[in-house]
Design a protein around this ligand. Structure first.
Ligand code: FES
Ligand code: FES
Length: 182
């Protein structure tokens, strides 16, 4: 404390603690470190991707107390008392989340660079709305850009993960709406 005033941190590197995927991660970083930089460079949590670095693409999406945020636009210090979930915390290879299973089933990726952000944003939607319709899915993922254009397969995956039928005409990499693989 500063004479009863606000806590002053910096300009030198400061101790920081983040609660990431159920683990407490402690490190020292400059106060200007973004949450994305802290996750990737200090915590070795590399699911969130840096693409635009200006909240325009969604590649760095993480959950902050179950709400999606662009981690490139938030200071790590502002996230110290929040529960952070990245794509690594949604499921694992041994215990994947149904959403991750559906993404794989529908081949909802090509280069995969957008995929961690897409899965994280879609998970946030399903937490808030367990049975979203297609318009709600499109709106929830409108901030997540996929340069490979796998949107139809992504939308189908979210529908199936929420117990609904796929409705989009899949790209030729995905399963057909009748359930057969293309
Ligand atoms: S890298 Fe954060 S939104 Fe694009
Ligand atoms: S799969 Fe390549 S950017 Fe989405």
């Amino acid at each position: 404390m500063n004479g009863g005033g606000p806590t002053i941190i910096g300009p030198l590197p400061a101790k920081t603690s983040l609660q990431v995927n159920g683990r407490q991660l402690d490190f020292v970083a400059e106060p200007a470190t973004t949450l994305l930089e802290a996750l990737r460079e200090q915590c070795d949590v590399t699911g969130p991707k840096e693409v635009c670095d200006r909240a325009a693409c969604g590649g760095c999406t993480v959950l902050l107390d179950e709400r999606p945020v662009a981690s490139c636009m938030m200071l790590a210090l502002d996230a110290t008392d929040r529960k952070i979930t990245t794509v690594e915390g949604i499921g694992s290879v041994d215990a994947p989340d149904p959403l991750q299973m559906a993404m794989a089933e529908f081949d909802a990726m090509q280069c995969g660079f957008c995929t961690p952000g897409v899965v994280t944003a879609a998970k946030a939607l399903l937490i808030q709305n367990p049975r979203p319709n297609l318009d709600e899915i499109r709106a929830a993922l409108s901030g997540n850009l996929c340069r490979c254009g796998t949107y139809p397969n992504i939308f189908n995956a979210v529908l199936v993960a929420s117990g609904q039928e796929p409705v989009e005409e899949p790209t030729d990499r995905g399963r057909s709406a009748s359930g057969e693989r293309a």
